[in-house]
Design a protein around this ligand. Sequence first.
Ligand code: GLU
Length: 554
Amino acid sequence: MLNDYETLAELLFPDITKTPEDYENIYPPRNLKEGARVTRFAPSPTGYLHIGGLFGALTDVLTAKSTDGISFLRIEDTDKKREIDDGVSAIIEGFKAFGVEFDEGVTGFGTEKGEYGPYTQSKRAEIYQTVAKSLVKKGLAYPCFCTADELSAMREEQENSDALIRGYFGKWAKCRNLTLDEIKQNLADGKPWTLRFRSDGSDDKKVIFDDIIRGKIEMPENTIDEVLLKSDGIPTYHFAHVCDDHFMRTTHVIRGEEWISSTPKHIALFKACGYKVPKYAHTPQVMKLDEDDGNKRKLSKRKDPEAAVSYFVEKGIPKESLIEYLLTLLNSNFEDWRRANPDSDAFSFPFNLKKMSSSGCLFDLIKLTDISKNIISKMNGETVLERTLEWAETYDKELFDLMDKDRAYALGILSIDRDCPKPRKDIAMWSQVKDYIPYFYDELYTPEYFLPGSVTSDDAKAIIDKYIEIYDENDDKDAWFAKIKDMCAPLGFTPNVKEYKKNPELFKGHVGDVSSVIRVAVTSRTNTPDLCSIMKLLSRDKVIKRLKTFREEI
Ligand code: GLU
């Protein structure tokens, strides 16, 4: 004979024939070494990857990697309001662009790998319902027939009262004590129902959990009869979290701090199901300083373009740079590790959740840019060319075509002042390459004629005349600079900057002014990489032509 709870369970879930034990066998405990951590990143398929998401995913992947564990990507598509058609691909692309790789889980729109799937919640309905059915059998869950109107009337009444706890519990939980006959009648009448947890918590008791990042957290027990399954049979976040992280054998739930307040609920649910409660680590939010009031605030999808990971892809920030920067935010000891391991792959950093700060971390584009300049300065010309082309093919077709039509010339440009003890640090992202090279391509070059510093027009003309006389495109850097120095004295300039600084009144200027005139004449810039190398690439004809035009125009 079935007892009432068992009868109810059959009534509510007639099609569910499996038991949770079946799933225990389908998803056995993972065979990993002692101390290995299983982590997951669990976004909703919104088609948008927030920088905080990349930050969280990096935490998951590195936590698993540094303990020989497993990280996986689960798509949480139970909230149909947040979902867009293919909201998965953009997220996956964001991870791919920055080299963040999960061991298991969703790999694309409709694809996945791993033995603990399906990794998309909408494909796991039977699992949730099986666990739900078992809770009903144990008297730990019940159907609720309250309508949306009834629930909002309840909320209103609670708001107008001085009740400290609000929600469906105690005397408010009208359906908690319906008899089996009443339930049968409601079902026969075709009334829609949700499934609620029958909480036995009491708000004068505390639940304590150890958050790995924040330490001991003490909160009142959950008293709310939370919805587990919505009326369409789809689970709420709370219930899906418990079922999925149990059967996917997650050991460490790393998630945003906005979930701290729900944790007592989750712990109660894990216990009701008879499952081991995972370890929790609630990560801080990614913040920025507001441009207007200078206050710290959350990086916002609406206000801040840099909140989207795609922003960094479009700008051409190398993946190494963004990861390096995020790691400096993630772990306080990353910079020390980097100093000791200058050439190691950032993903081999022995990440430690305990070293993560619990307060919001400040995302600073300027710091990211500095880190990126440093990283790019260590790349050789071939790499810079390859990465620039790869970026430009999608984001700047004009640049791509120019560089692609003569790759040797482009390589020459990008190799200037690179692969040497003191490389230039002027490029932070591939979208900046174009700004650095217009004088190499007639298609991009609009000459500007101006006099650098305090050089007069007559002096500039004399410098150009002299330079055209001695210019030899075969001179190497040293010979070239020796010639520039030799030009100085006869023109009233000094080759010695120190001497000039001592007695400026004795000279028209110093060697830097002389080379500046030539630099501006050839490139329209006062600051460029090595000028001798630039002229060699441009070829004699072009250099002479630019020198002559400059002379005429000033
Ligand atoms: N889908 C949840 C979110 O997007 C994930 C929270 C979690 O990691 O458990 O916030």
